[in-house]
Ligand binder design. Sequence first.
Ligand code: APR
Ligand code: PHB
Length: 393
Amino acid sequence: MKLLRTQVLIIGAGPSGLLLGQLLYKAGIDTLILERQTGDHVLGRIRAGVLEQTTADLLDAADVGARMHAEGLVHHGFDLAVDGQRHRIDVHRLTGGKSVIVYGQTEVTRDLMEARSAAGLPTIYSAADVQLSGLDSDRPRARCTVDGATLEVHCDYIAGCDGYHGVSRASVPLRAISTFEKVYPFGWLGLLSDTPPVSDELIYGRHPRGFTLCSMRSSTRSRYYLQVPLTEKAEDWSDERFWDELRHRLDPAAAQALVTGPSIEKSIAPLRSFVAEPMRFGRLFLAGDAAHIVPPTGAKGLNLAASDVNYLSQALIGHYHERSDAGIEHYSARCLARIWKAERFSWWFTSLMHDFPDEDGIHARLQRAELDYLTGSEAAMTVMAENYVGLPW
Ligand code: APR
Ligand code: PHB
């Protein structure tokens, strides 16, 4: 058996784990990352790509913002398309000058991985069967299997950055954790293609046949989504069927401007709202998707992960450098105050824009009334814009 020791053991090399590792490295705190998958597998996952300014600032503080600034697209607004009519939400004006950066999560992860390997910091990929113990003692530890051999890691703290299906949250005794969950009765069918985006800004569309989103990764790569029933399978959607359905749901100008091409990726994702409380158990901290999931409408997932990591890095820096455990004590409450507001926004935006097949007629009428109110009221648009760019930390 091999034995290793580190100050902060990080479980998971997604954006949360990697960003935490980078911020702690900059503060001179030792980390080791255990990741279940290979690096290529982690980079193969396609996820949302809208960064709040505070997320971008944190990536800058971690010295990984250069490519994001060079290649990311700054967006000052987005469109809501309702029954064939587009309404622009001028985020920049409504928020007194704020904006978001469109830059794929895959690229954020790649930049973080490159920074970690350039700094010579240890990440153990393909770490199988990670098990955590001693979480409520002062000697937490993990065991796993790497290349058929057992590895044990001793540490001061464990950061559970291992996503919704990870081992960290599952290691907390049931009596010590509460979970809150809502599963939506539809999924998003996503398609990535090397075609120019249909518009300069994102279009969130509400159509009687369901929600659509026109997004992008660059001026030559588009990402589109269609609301589909959960019974659908991606294999049953040829590219042609996808483009036909998208064109059908778009407003006339967008339908005409749409450039189609072969898909690079196509998959269906379920939509879920989920929060686990509290986010600390003894010496285990949960961060990112390990603690909470938002439906993707509004793209808050990565931004919430970044805000957890901001609070967690501050808490650990306070512990190691300022002999203060106040940040550790308040970690969970600080994170959750922001998380629940983003959960509310993501739930609201999802509820507003999708077709809910099991609801009766009054639901659809109320939804229409709300969309009409939103697109006609400066106050309502301001509330939306303020949440879209991200609430302050
Ligand atoms: N042991 C080690 N690693 C694990 C384990 C395990 N038992 N279980 C999961 N992992 C790894 C996964 O393979 C993955 O690489 O943890 C990582 C978690 O990464 P993400 O799921 O990307 O979660 P996070 O880093 O919190 O990023 C949040 O991802 O899902 C999106 O919308 C979300 O954008 C947000 C971001
Ligand atoms: C994406 O580009 O994948 C994306 C953008 C905005 C969202 C969700 C997903 O709200």
